[in-house]
Write a protein that binds this ligand. Structure first.
Ligand code: GSH
Length: 209
């Protein structure tokens, strides 16, 4: 089995983070430099279908893209520690917070960074208006997270889950363009510190060569 990833890129980082939490070490890791464009070449496209990372390549040749689909696959194969929920209720609440984190925070911040961070100009026809709009939308979305984290220890309740990983990686990526949690968001700031102290935060950021 092989996982295809790229340095700094937030979607591959989700998978690396989940691998670190589950202490999965027997998946081969292949790293791409997005600027070089190898993920747009025919060899990669033939497998993945789309010019995006991450891609998980199974031993039978099945290729899975979409970071959360890959994370779910890893959860099925390596169930512990559980990240997606155990009971129907817990699973639904974690899914709800994962989608809220992704749609209100992670995606707008990722799009905002793509349009405003100069080194990413090779990947995106950058538009500062689109960039500013998305950074503002993602920053606004942080209020939802802060409110929830004022009520519960983790995003989906009293336990760490994939929702925390998705939200944190989106927010951490935006540090590239100096977006940080506003000082008024005390609960979010408390949670960011706890997330940053998890060993997976460092290992998922320190991409293999
Ligand atoms: N929804 C996909 C998004 C994948 C994606 O957009 N990956 C980015 C890196 S974070 C990428 O490969 N971009 C390639 C490019 O822009 O050329 C997922 O969750 O995996």
């Amino acid at each position: 089995m092989k996982i295809h990833v790229a340095p700094i890129a937030p979607n591959p980082r989700r998978v690396l983070w989940v691998m670190a939490e589950k202490e999965i070490s027997d998946i081969e890791v292949e790293t791409y430099n997005l600027g070089e464009g190898r993920h747009k070449q025919v060899g990669y496209l033939r497998k993945a279908g789309l010019p995006v990372l991450p891609m998980l390549e199974l031993d039978d040749g099945t290729a899975i893209t979409e970071s959360l689909a890959i994370c779910r696959y890893l959860e099925s194969r390596w169930p512990e520690p559980n990240l997606f929920g155990t009971t129907p209720e817990e699973t639904a609440v974690i899914e709800m917070w994962t989608r809220r984190a992704e749609m209100n925070v992670a995606i707008p911040l990722m799009v905002g960074v793509r349009h405003t961070f100069p080194p990413l100009a090779a990947l995106e026809k950058q538009d500062p208006v689109i960039g500013a709009f998305n950074l503002e939308t993602g920053t606004e979305g942080l209020k939802i997270l802060d409110r929830q984290l004022g009520r519960t220890e983790w995003l989906a309740g009293d336990r760490f889950s994939i929702a925390d990983i998705v939200a944190f990686i989106g927010l951490d990526f935006a540090r590239l363009v100096k977006v940080r949690p506003p000082e008024t968001h005390k609960h979010l700031i408390r949670w960011v510190e706890v997330m940053r102290a998890r060993p997976a935060a460092a290992t998922s950021a320190r991409q293999p060569a």
